[in-house]
Write a protein that binds this ligand. Structure first.
Ligand code: EPZ
Length: 418
């Protein structure tokens, strides 16, 4: 088992280049299934979830290699339509293979996906989207099989702007006959990246980043080379690390427009943030001010993936703040662990009331999911004494060697293998 050990109380300093976006790379790797040929995809972070996606693609008959951030992927011989159950269950993103495999092979068999335990994480919108495009769905013994000789474009309304369902429908619709219009689509930047990747392959999509996406079906697509956008959640995590531990850092390979909500909150709490092209300069020299109320919501609202990290920041603020989590019903698991470090947080009906304290105390805590784990690392950076974070495999799903990233910023953190 591996843990992180963190010596707290040191301000951060230094410069760090942000990794490519996990939540853009995963659907883009799945979308490569839609064409035969050689892909070269750059700035793909080395993460557990990426490894699982590449393992699935190899099991389906493709040939995938990942070296120094570049994925070389040959999808010519891909022919298997059944996604291996053991891999399907390891992450949420395995569901992204349903749309593209169905579109390419005319059939796909999946089981229920896995992923962070942050709520029920239903897939009804994915299933409804694929059947709306004309697929026949059968469910037996835990497997779901879709079949369709030819998918047909149609209008699809999503009852919730689901990121994954928007992406799955986009990928299934690119080879459908006719026009597909997705209404109440998710607007996340990773969906725009997927649109740009698919259009580079010869698709005809417009509207990603708005709540209506139009996909004009085309007969075939081609393989391409492509670079993944920077990871806005990793960027936000490091921005908040300075807010928590103080200091002055520079982040490069960022897209500040992807973090408008967080930048507004952090600035009003007293963090100095300067942006110039892809560079973000972050400085904090004192405890933050509290922030009245934050409600997580789909992009461009405050991202649920930064909720835990923001909570650590506000748990040290001067005053009381409230965070309401509206996207995932089970995403407050970090509260108990933070309380063990001295935080004063009360959860009631989906809202966390956070009374700021002046210091955390280092102790041993457990990561329960990816972003909760990252939040506990941030708390350790500010805590008095030593903090040990256990179950850090959760963190490795989304951060490419987080300890190396933070060491570059002057943090005293190391990975201990027991
Ligand atoms: C994506 O998950 C991200 N994962 C999540 O990031 C992120 O938190 C989430 O979008 C919201 O931004 C990837 O992109 C791989 P959703 P996804 O479908 O697609 C409900 C991280 O930390 N819902 O927008 O699963 C669902 O239960 C991860 O990097 C349905 O009810 O998110 C949830 O309450 C965590 N039916 C809400 O919608 C469905 O068919 C948002 O889910 C699908 C979703």
């Amino acid at each position: 088992m591996e843990t992180f050990t963190i010596e707290g109380g040191r301000p951060l300093s230094g410069s760090l280049r942000i990794q490519g976006a996990k939540n853009a790379a995963l659907p883009i790797l799945a979308a490569a299934v839609l064409a035969e040929g050689q892909f070269h995809i750059y700035d793909v972070p080395h993460l557990k979830d990426i490894d699982v996606m590449l393992q699935i693609l190899n099991e389906l008959g493709a040939n995938a290699k990942h070296t120094d951030g570049c994925v070389d992927l040959d999808t010519t011989s891909l022919s298997v339509s059944h996604v291996p159950d053991d891999l399907m269950g390891q992450m949420r993103s395995s569901i992204f293979l349903a749309g593209p495999l169905l579109a390419r092979l005319g059939e796909v068999t999946i089981s229920r996906p896995g992923g962070c335990l942050i709520g029920e994480r239903r897939i009804d919108l994915h299933l409804a989207g694929l059947t709306a495009l004309g697929a026949k769905m059968e469910e037996a013994e835990g497997y779901i099989t879709f079949r369709a000789k030819q998918l047909r474009g149609t209008n699809i309304f999503l009852s919730f702007p689901s990121v994954g369902a928007t992406e799955n429908v986009m990928m299934a619709a690119v080879l459908a006959k006719g026009m597909t219009r997705i209404c109440n689509a998710a607007r996340e930047p990773e969906i725009v990246d997927l649109q740009n990747f698919l259009n580079a392959m010869g698709a005809r999509i417009r509207g990603a980043g708005t709540d209506t996406i139009e996909i004009q079906g085309v007969p075939r697509l081609r393989s391409v080379s492509y670079r993944i956008i920077p990871d806005r959640i990793v960027t936000g995590t490091h921005l908040l690390a300075v807010g928590v531990a103080q200091g002055h850092i520079e982040l490069t390979n960022t897209i500040p427009e992807h973090l408008t909500a967080l930048i507004e909150v952090a600035r009003s709490c007293g963090v100095e943030i300067k942006t110039y092209h892809d560079i973000m300069e972050v400085k904090s020299t004192s405890r933050p001010r509290a922030y009245d109320r934050i409600i997580t919501s789909p992009f461009p609202g405050f991202p649920t993936d930064l909720q835990a990290q923001l909570m650590v920041f506000l748990a040290q603020a001067k005053g009381t703040s409230v965070i309401k989590e509206t996207v995932f019903e089970g995403r407050f698991k970090h509260v108990n662990e933070l309380a063990r470090m001295g935080a004063s947080i009360y959860v009631d009906l989906g809202s966390a009331i956070i009374r700021g304290v002046s210091r955390f105390t280092g102790t041993s805590v457990e990561a329960t999911d990816l972003r909760a784990g990252a939040a506990l690392v941030l708390a350790g950076l500010a805590a008095e004494g030593t903090t040990t974070v256990e179950q850090i495999h959760h963190i490795d799903r989304g951060y490419d060697r987080l300890e190396l990233q933070l060491q570059r910023l002057g943090a005293r953190i190391s990975r201990i293998s027991q």
